[in-house]
Ligand binder design. Structure first.
Ligand code: SF4
Ligand code: SF4
Length: 303
């Protein structure tokens, strides 16, 4: 039951974090136009269970006027709204209030601030300043904190476990897996974090991909409207989700005879590598290339 859609307003970001699931950065391209947002929100009204519309990225505030207008349209259509931002713009509390005021006036219900050691090591982080500003404006805030994955030894036997955030996907796989403890592929038989059978929320990107998980697409909404995609989605028929639901990344690798190794940090690490190996076989479902650290193909958004 789809209750939330998250616009990846842009893949561009002022930062280029090692842990980014989406390979966002200053050179990453792909940004929604207002006309595209309007068209999707118009169609989204046909999904009766849909309640929330989020705007994230990349860094959505890099396209500030589009972001404000996107939130306004979503509110006008009766949706609850949220934003996820790294708050780079919060140079001081007074200025941060200027950035946030339009959203406070529009009744934004969730301002999620990325605040962690990856994002800033300053004494008072931009996210902390943004939080103070938001509180002074009476806005509800949440904080997304992603810890660096580490190898720890715990328990009586001192068994190595992955500490901090697991769930390694995207650039995190390329940058952060070294030195982490691993598990055999045979143990990785579930998808622990996403409800692929009946997704509660999806991420939409400017190329039309409807992400069930980063780089795993339900279909393309420039070819078939989101309301129709959602209404006709059958996970068992989906060539990637079907095996993942049956038996996690191990089943996916076996189904298509993919060998990307024998030990992995976690399910997502294995899943990401298998999906990357399958990308050319299923380009409509494993997209866009950017999310797999690849830049070939036209990156021109449609729609
Ligand atoms: S994790 Fe967030 S702040 Fe970092 S590059 Fe990705 S989108 Fe930008
Ligand atoms: S196992 Fe795969 S589909 Fe499931 S959450 Fe991890 S990366 Fe996403």
């Amino acid at each position: 039951m789809l209750t939330g859609i998250h616009f990846l307003l842009t893949y561009t970001c002022n930062w280029e974090c090692d842990h980014c699931f989406l390979f966002c950065g200053p050179r990453a391209e792909g940004t929604f136009t207002l006309a595209q947002i309007r068209r999707i929100l118009e169609d989204a009204k046909k999904i009766p269970t849909l309640e929330w519309v989020y705007f994230e990225g990349g860094e959505p505030t890099l396209f500030y006027p589009i972001l404000v207008e996107g939130v306004r349209i979503a509110r006008e259509k009766g949706f609850r709204t949220g934003i996820v931002t790294n708050a780079y713009w919060a140079t001081c509390v007074e200025d941060a209030k200027l950035w946030l005021k339009p959203f406070a006036e529009l009744g934004l219900e969730d301002l999620s601030l990325s605040d962690d050691e990856f994002h800033s090591e300053a004494e008072q982080t931009p996210a902390q300043r943004a939080r103070i500003a938001a509180e002074e404006l009476g806005m509800p805030t949440g904080t997304i904190c992603i810890e660096r994955p580490t190898v720890e030894r715990t328990g009586e036997k001192g068994a190595p476990v992955v500490g901090g955030g697991g769930m390694l996907r995207g650039r995190a796989v390329e940058k952060l897996t070294e030195g982490l403890s691993t598990r055999p592929a045979e143990e990785l038989t579930t998808c622990p974090y996403e409800d692929l059978e009946s997704p509660g929320r999806v991420h939409l990107d400017p190329f039309g991909h409807v992400h069930l998980c980063q780089g795993l697409s339900m279909g393309n909404l420039w070819k078939k409207p989101l309301s129709e995609l959602d209404g006709t989605y059958d996970a068992a028929e989906h060539p990637i989700c079907g095996p993942l639901i049956q038996g996690g990344p191990l089943a996916l690798a076996r189904e298509y005879e993919i060998d990307v190794g024998t030990r992995f940090v976690d399910e997502c690490h294995y899943c990401y590598l298998v999906r990357k190996a399958l990308r050319e076989r299923f380009p409509a479902y494993l997209a866009p290339p950017l999310v797999y650290g690849l830049e070939e193909e036209s990156m021109e958004p449609e729609g």
